[in-house]
Design a binder for this molecule. Structure first.
Ligand SMILES: Cc1ncc(COP(=O)(O)O)c(C=O)c1O
Length: 384
């Protein structure tokens, strides 16, 4: 495939190897070891600087970061958590794993969440709201922030798909109380598996850090007699993962620059196509893909096969809403509350949406093949 769904990993080079060797040679892999190469801490400092946040906590993956963020926000058994319906299962599973109920909220492409649905559900009571940034894009979350403040509810941002994207200088993950990133293989930058929570709230940070370190307060470890101790887990990131992540953080600007150039070249050569998902602030888009919305969901398979002939992947991200699958049906939709919201906007979007990845290594010939493929779909009448 010309356009694999991979980004930072395609720019791996001697830097990742050098930092990994530093850790191996030091024999100090555990993040809290005394070492000359504390890459996990170094990543946290770099992420704080990058997204302009006071605290950052690296964890084993985006899902563990989400769960830790929910604990940081005070979510526990029986609480309702309002979650954008445009998301990967992991967002809801994080709430469900804590014994909370996930309440899907429809999306709005300007404000991230449908404000009317959101307010209606907040009024019924909830512990936290989770907005999800999608595919290298972010939204103007100011109205969602206002609503959360009005009702005194914590706002978590699942920015697992959007590390490095921003809306008018505010980075995805820093509008609300806690932001969450993923550094899994298919994300903007990667260390195979990795995640991070960011916040400006010290108390929230302490709770998240304790939760990811078996509940104990690290600077007084072990301290399960302390009032701050809680029933935690172990989600610590080790220094091997963070050695790779640190190198990737250094390359983030380059990765985004390359994607921006390629996407801009491609967009300038496309025929007049309306059904392309645009960003509210295109200068803050990481340009990791082009998202097309087909006229008819029934044409998806044809388009995917047409792409295969040209060696282009038209990726079907999700074929349905995450809770429209057997796992939830088998469990009689317990742990999920969909009574009052059909999330019809998200459903339509997901069913008609295909993603064309823009990896940071496209040649101008590759870009032209992508242009021809998208123009070809329009000629076939699948796009307007
Ligand atoms: C929106 C969203 N949330 C959460 C996750 C989970 O991240 P991870 O795979 O690092 O656990 C993903 C990853 O695919 C995601 O796309």
């Amino acid at each position: 495939m010309i356009n694999p769904n991979e980004y930072g990993s395609l720019l791996f080079d001697d830097k990742e190897k050098e930092y990994l060797s530093n850790v191996i040679d030091s024999r100090r892999i555990f993040r809290y070891s005394r070492t000359d190469y504390p890459y996990t801490k170094m990543c946290e400092e770099k992420i704080c600087e990058l997204v302009n946040s006071k605290y950052a906590l690296c964890t084993t993956n985006g899902t563990s970061s989400l769960k830790s963020a929910m604990v940081g926000a005070g979510v526990s058994y029986g609480d309702r958590v309002l979650i954008s319906s445009y998301t990967f299962l992991a967002t809801a599973l994080s709430a469900i794993a804590l014994g909370a109920t996930a309440v899907p909220i429809d999306v709005d492409l300007d404000y991230g969440l449908n404000l009317e649905d959101l307010e209606n559900e907040i009024k019924k009571g909830c512990k936290a709201v989770v907005a999800v940034h999608f595919q290298g894009r972010t939204f103007d979350l100011s109205k969602v922030v206002e609503l959360c403040k009005k009702y005194n509810v914590m706002l978590i941002e699942d920015a697992c798909q959007a590390f490095g994207s921003k809306y008018k200088d505010t980075y995805a993950g820093t509008f609300g109380d806690i932001g969450v990133y993923s550094f899994q293989q298919f994300k903007q930058i990667t260390c195979g598996e990795g995640g991070c929570c960011v916040t400006n709230n010290e108390a929230v940070f302490n709770r998240m850090r304790n939760y990811t370190d078996m509940g104990s307060t690290r600077d007084r470890f072990p301290s399960w007699n302390s009032e701050e101790a809680l029933f935690g887990e172990n989600y610590r990131m080790n220094n091997l993962c963070s050695a790779v992540l640190y190198s990737q953080l250094e390359k983030l600007d380059d990765v985004i620059l390359r994607q921006r150039k390629s996407r801009s070249n491609i967009m300038s050569k496309l025929s007049n196509i309306n059904n392309i998902l645009t960003s509210k602030d295109s200068s803050g888009d990481t340009c990791m893909n082009i998202v097309i919305i087909l006229n008819d969901k029934n044409n998806k398979e044809d388009v995917i096969n047409y792409g295969k002939e040209l060696d282009i992947e038209f990726r079907n991200m999700w074929s349905s809403l995450y809770y429209d699958n057997d796992l939830f049906r088998r469990n009689n939709l317990t742990s999920i509350d969909i009574k009052n919201n059909e999330c019809s906007y998200t459903k339509d979007l997901i069913e008609k949406m295909l993603v064309i990845s823009i990896p940071p290594i496209l040649s101008s010939d590759d870009e032209d093949i992508i242009v021809n493929a998208i123009n070809g779909i329009k000629e076939k009448g699948y796009l307007s």
